[in-house]
Design a protein around this ligand. Structure first.
Ligand code: ADP
Length: 596
């Protein structure tokens, strides 16, 4: 229902809410209208009750008339008490119903976004803000608008009663209320600005809180004993955030109190205006009492409600702006389509021809005229120091970025010409931060190829990855649940998780396998072991090893040495170590001790 590249304003969001939950919206609108008119009805009911009692005491009315008026007063009072609860139930069920539909749409959009948004912090923050509990945000926009309409209806209906009996008092209220509304609006917007500033600080101290108490950081926290140092910064940010909060509270309080003073003055003024009409008999005692009470309540609620509503209104506008930005984000076509069935096209060659690239929004070229040719059945290593551009090569190869100079060819055809779902099916990647899925062992492996669930292939991959012994030790075998999410979950060691990730890679049975330093957290010998393990079982595919540790690269048929985005040297290990003043040789000499 949401559309890309559309400017969303508050009415558009309201329309979306209506389309998602039409019955709830109609019911809520009726409730709102009834709630908004209640103060006016209650005013009339109180007036009639007082007048009827007076008439009864004077002997001009039967007791029945008094009871009838009393019943009306009680009925409206009952509505005032019960309606908010019914409203909340409707809001809750509406939110849940809309949540399901919205979540699906927004998550789909999120999954299809171009890859660079994932890497740009600002953009990703925006994505997270919009996709986290979107139904609450949509419902808030709806309720903010409804509250504003409701207040307007209430004010209008009471004004109508006043104008009918004492027009001058009505005009006086309007004249006094206009600057009053202006003040409340300004204060609401100011408070919203402050709250946004507070939110930024809050996000930062919440992150520090995660570091201070999180499970993932427990080892480093103990090792480096940084709790005190981080705690100080946490404390500083908390104080700053509380100060902002205090400022908002103070402003609201001043607003409220000044509102109350104005309320008293206004009420006295109105009573003064109403008095002549009452004296002349145009206004009954009941109506006089009812009106004074209603005006009192009305002006008082306007003094804080308006300010809060303007705060909420600013929030709604900000949400619409962010929703527009999110929906305008570019999508990668085919990103959400399942990869095509594997091995339908044989990939014989991969070629980079004079590829130069800089990341979007930056000026520095990360790759400069990079050229190389890779062939089927062989293995290649890209080595170089951190930041040399190795992972960038992989990202370009996978089609994650398309704005580059030069050409990237698969079987001599530009990668941009392959539909994305086909391109995805050629590759399997084991990256530095591969995921430890808290699922069963077999589900972990099956994720390698979502198109097929083949038990034989799964066992084959697990055996080749050297996990047979470990699995036979588990009573539930491949159905063993991993991680801590399930009560009986089993945790694996770092090396076992890596082997499982390799099993997933083997199960994927892709034609081009990329191992991008999946072992960077391990020592160099372990890395060599894992690379050797994969090398032995990899079969006929084209393999790319990315590493800054040369021991692991030795197994490759050809090594490309990258420095500052340039291929400086290429060859087999034995050739490269012979090169006088060679960069590879220098690196190798400095790393040699790791393997001795
Ligand atoms: P390597 O894999 O060799 O360690 P990378 O290919 O990850 O290096 O990075 C190469 C250079 O590109 C580094 O200077 C890095 O800071 C920069 N870089 C990586 N990702 C981004 C990004 N998303 N935006 C801007 N610069 C980036």
């Amino acid at each position: 229902m949401l559309r890309s590249k559309k400017t969303y304003r508050i009415p558009d969001v309201l329309l979306c809410v209506f389309k998602y939950i039409p019955y709830h919206v109609v019911a809520l609108l009726l409730f709102m209208l009834w709630t908004a008119l209640l103060p006016a009805f209650q005013t009339l009911a109180v007036a009639s009750f007082v007048d009827n009692v007076t008439a009864y005491l004077a002997g001009n009315l039967a007791l029945r008339g008094v009871f009838l008026a009393l019943f009306c007063v009680l009925f409206f009072q009952f509505c005032i008490i019960i309606l908010p609860a019914l409203n909340r139930i409707l809001e809750e069920t509406g939110r849940n119903k809309m949540g399901l539909k919205l979540q699906i749409e927004l998550l789909h959009k999120r999954a299809c976004l171009e890859y660079h948004y994932v890497e740009e912090k600002e953009s990703w923050d925006l994505v997270e803000r919009i996709t986290k509990d979107p139904s609450s945000q949509f419902i808030s926009v709806f309720f903010n608008a409804m509250n504003l309409v409701s207040l307007s209806v209430t004010v209008f209906s009471i004004l109508l009663i006043i104008m009918r009996t004492a027009p001058i008092a009505g005009i006086a209220i309007i004249v006094v209320a206009i600057p009053f509304c202006g003040l409340a609006t300004r204060s609401g917007k100011e408070n919203y600005g402050l709250a946004r500033e507070g939110q930024k600080i809050q996000r930062r101290y919440q992150y520090l809180e995660d570091i201070l108490i999180g499970r993932d950081t427990v080892e480093e926290r103990n090792l480096f004993s940084y709790s005190n140092a981080v705690g100080k910064e946490y404390d500083r940010l908390c104080r700053k955030s509380f100060q902002i909060e205090k400022k908002i509270q103070r402003k609201s309080f001043i607003n409220l109190k000044s509102g109350s003073v104005v309320t008293v003055i206004l009420a006295i003024l109105i009573i003064a205006f109403l008095f002549p009409s009452f004296y002349e008999g145009k206004l009954s005692l009941g109506l006089m009492i009812g009106l004074v009470t209603a005006i009192w309540n009305l002006v008082q609620s306007m003094s804080w409600q308006l300010s809060e509503m303007m705060f909420a209104f600013a929030q709604s506008s900000e949400f619409c702006k962010e929703l527009t930005e999110f929906m305008a984000m570019d999508e990668k076509s085919g990103a959400c389509v399942l990869p095509a069935l594997r091995n339908q096209i044989k990939i014989d060659s991969v070629e980079f021809r004079d590829v130069s690239f800089c990341y979007p929004g930056t000026q520095n070229y990360v790759l400069h005229n990079c050229s190389f040719l890779l062939e089927r059945g062989k293995s290649y290593a890209f080595v170089g120091e951190n930041g040399a551009g190795k992972t960038t090569i992989v990202k370009l190869l996978l089609g994650l970025y398309e704005e580059y100079e030069g050409k990237i060819l698969l079987n001599g055809i530009d990668v941009k010409e392959y539909p994305y779902e086909e391109l995805k099916s050629f590759f399997a990647v084991l990256s530095q931060d591969f995921v430890r899925y808290e699922l069963s062992i077999q589900e972990n492996v099956f994720l390698g190829d979502v198109n097929v669930k083949d038990e034989n292939r799964m066992y084959d991959a697990l055996i080749k990855s050297g996990l047979e012994e470990m699995i036979s030790g588990f009573p539930d075998g491949v159905s063993t649940e991993l991680g801590h999410l399930k009560e009986n979950g089993t945790d694996l060691s770092g090396g076992q998780w890596q082997r499982l990730a390799i099993a997933r890679l083997l199960y994927a049975d892709a034609q081009i396998n990329v191992l991008d330093e999946p072992t960077s957290a391990l020592d160099p010998m372990q890395e060599s072991k894992i690379y050797n393990l994969f090398h032995e079982v990899r079969g006929d595919c084209l393999t790319i090893y990315i590493t800054h540790r040369l021991g692991a690269a030795r197994i490759a048929d050809k090594i490309f040495v990258l420095k500052d985005g340039l291929i400086k040297e290429a060859g087999v290990h034995e050739e490269l170590v012979q090169l006088e003043n060679g960069f590879y040789r220098e690196m190798y000499e400095s790393q040699r001790a790791w393997y001795e």
